[in-house]
Design a protein around this ligand. Structure first.
Ligand code: TXA
Ligand code: MG
Length: 319
């Protein structure tokens, strides 16, 4: 299959919607990262997503819908979920909720779980596409399993050329890290399953404290697996100096000097800018061929939580 890349104008979005409705895969921009989309109600299309990514197992996927009403058709919302949706949708938040009996979403997309992960993205291209498709669209990040998530159409093509019919190109993704994933415990208290584009501080300001989620014995959300986003180079985190064989992923104004290659996520120390640059800079430093990448310390609050989470996974020993 030949993969085509089209600027995401109306005609291209129309074509993408037709392809999705016919069961083909389309990569499309969201505010977080590019998604590898397939019709979430079509088991074959969902299976093709797993095949295209080379996923080792059938992890549950996020289904994307254009608005809250469409989400309510698929899942049972509790009052906290509704408050979160009202505050953060459209946006980089995914809610894991009990699947409705009437839901048309493929059981394969939910990996056989009784729950479904739903997200209303705010990127205008994703919004227009979802409205045209008229069905939920399952979309993990548009990269081969284990690789760094794509924040440009070129990244998608590098990893998935020949595996996806069309890539809608709308330039770099503004947020740059994936959505925050929230589930609920038996008492409907929200629990963080994956830190992401909406910060814990913002979530807690909206609905109060999150139930503890830190020390899970076994990951209940595969996004919690340690080695999940891995560049080729080994990563050394919280580095305050660089060694001779290291490239440097720097942050802030006081970055160490002397590295063979340096990219600064945000010279001013802005976490929003750093999140947007994270995956592209990891790729670029990996492409220099440096065997190791040293990473400057990055504050652990706000978006820094998602950034540190992704960096820890990239640094973890390969599964
Ligand atoms: O920003 C994003 O969320 C991107 C863009 C394309 O929207 N999508 C994305 O999808 O990152 P994916 O499939 O790579 O991540 C799905 C996450 C994983 O952490 C998965 O374990 C969790 O959502 N998840 C999905 N369904 C779940 C469920 N029923 N129970 C628990 N976790 C679930
Ligand atoms: Mg991913």
């Amino acid at each position: 299959m030949e993969t085509r890349v089209r600027p995401a104008d109306e005609a291209a979005i129309e074509e993408a919607a037709a392809l999705l409705r016919a069961g083909a895969l389309v990569a499309f921009p969201t505010e977080t990262v590019y998604g590898l989309g397939g019709d979430a109600t079509n088991d074959r299309a969902v299976a093709e997503i797993f095949a295209a990514k080379g996923r080792p197992s059938f992890n549950p996927l996020i289904s994307h819908v254009p608005d809250q009403a469409a989400a309510e058709a698929e899942a049972a919302f509790n009052p906290t979920a509704r408050a979160l949706a009202a505050r953060f949708w459209p946006g980089p938040l995914t809610l894991v909720l009990p699947r409705r009996a009437e839901s048309r979403i493929s059981l394969l997309a939910c990996a056989g779980l009784p729950t479904v992960a739903l997200r209303v993205p705010r990127h205008p291209v994703a919004q227009r596409l979802l409205r045209r498709v008229g069905r939920p669209v399952a979309a993990p990040s548009a990269n081969p399993s284990g690789a760094v998530s794509p924040t440009t159409a070129a990244h998608v093509r590098e990893g998935l050329n020949g595996r996806v019919a069309l890539i809608l190109d709308a330039g770099p993704c503004p947020v740059g890290v994936e959505s925050s994933v929230l589930g609920f415990d038996a008492a409907d208290r929200p629990r963080l399953l994956r830190p992401g584009g909406v910060t814990v501080e913002e979530i807690e300001a909206a609905v109060g404290p999150l139930a503890a989620s830190g020390e899970l014995e076994r990951p209940e959300s595969p996004g919690q697996l340690a080695s999940h986003y891995a560049p080729r180079a080994a990563l050394r985190l919280d580095a305050t100096a660089v060694e001779a064989d290291e490239a440097l992923l720097a942050f802030g104004p006081d970055a160490p000097t002397g590295a063979r290659a340096v990219l600064n996520l945000s010279p001013t120390g802005d976490l929003t800018e750093a999140a947007a640059n994270l995956f592209a800079y990891l790729r670029a430093l990996d492409a220099t061929g440096a065997p190791r990448i040293a990473v400057s310390p990055i504050p652990k609050a706000g978006l820094g939580r998602a950034i540190n989470d992704r960096l820890r996974r990239a640094a973890a020993p390969r599964a």
